[in-house]
Design a protein around this ligand. Sequence first.
Ligand code: FAS
Ligand code: PHB
Length: 389
Amino acid sequence: MRTQVAIIGGGPSGLLLSQLLNKAGIGTVVLERQSREHVLSRIRAGVLERSTVDLLHQAGAGERMDREGFAHHGCYLSSDQQMIRVDFQEACGHKVMVYGQTEVTRDLYEAQDALGAAHIHGVENVVLHDVKGAAPYVTWDKDGTSHRLECDFIAGCDGFHGVSRRTIPDDVRREYEKVYPFGWLGVLSETPPVRDELIYANHPRGFALASMRNEMLSRYYIQVPLTDKVEDWSDNAFWAELKARLPQDVAADLVTGPSIEKSIAPLRSFVSEPLRWGALFLCGDAAHIVPPTGAKGLNLATSDVHYLSQGLLAHYNDNDPSGLDGYSQKALARIWKAMRFSWSVTTMMHSFPEHSDYDRQMQRVELEMLATDPSARKLFAEGYTGTPL
Ligand code: FAS
Ligand code: PHB
């Protein structure tokens, strides 16, 4: 079997890359470890930057998002003293789209089906070969049979735990990591959102986030110790703790209900450089992880895909290698800006066990500046709504 671009991983990165390339006439094969149902069962991101919205339109997968997504022109940041609204439109002239990653993935699958795209699910033991050579190929097992795919390029879109990043030799890779001393316990509930915009809450008991998917589907998070397990948290205990961390007037309006999904995600900041090794290009969580506080994870994945797809189009259409040669440097420039934003909001909003009174005072000053300083609000709004591609 042969294709132009082998794509390892059928999450948002792999699906969007396959869709953009297929629409331009470039052949791909997506190799995904899980079933489509499993991929679509994941509850992940909820906020799309304007660049992600534009890319989904470009991919022909934005129609339902336009119909069912919600444009948000601001968000709230609360502490035990105040509730601040940052007006994105006023501060930087942009907005975000609230539309779940699960729906983005579903829309991309449907768009890929319409093109008759090649997806192989349930692959095992994927191995990348001759990545630095002239004839790269991928092998894998499925249903007890071994398979081989010859290709020109390999896109590593297989997430943090995938095989692609580890194909780059240890002495070539340079990795940067910060592991936060807490995780997020997330709950999805078929209840009306407590406010019409997101609320990020800094509280001495810990961080909380009130988000949503639609008028009758809410997504809430509370910071929990890394030692906590989902089974430690009954729905009642979750709702009581969320109420304790939200401003009183908001807590009084909170409609609770049974959780239809409940999970704990650890928080880390992680970048692996370079993003290219011969014919292999890393995209999305395969290359970097951000704490979800800044809503950057999915949006960084799509910007990587944009830069890589542009480079591949230039290679195939104009025999121009510059996009591929410059991919790593260009993608990393945007990745590191998003890393800083995600780290700064995480540091400002969470309760750190090692924090001193001075550290907590710095958090208060950061929030006070967002309440009173237009330049602070502009920097936050630009970080949140996304820098241009
Ligand atoms: P993904 O991890 O989504 O997809 C990788 C795919 O590769 C998976 O389908 C996997 O099955 C497959 N794969 C792995 N190894 C393979 C192999 N060896 N062979 C073949 N296939 C393989 N981001 C936000 O912006 N906001 C959030 O609130 C948020 N919450 C998150 C919660 C959790 C629990 C997690 C894990 C992530 C969260 N993220 C969030 C980040 C998340 O949205 C990612 O940024 C996004 O899924 C990145 O997409 P991909 O790069 O496609 O990686
Ligand atoms: C979500 O709705 O899942 C969500 C929104 C914003 C974040 C993180 C998660 O910063």
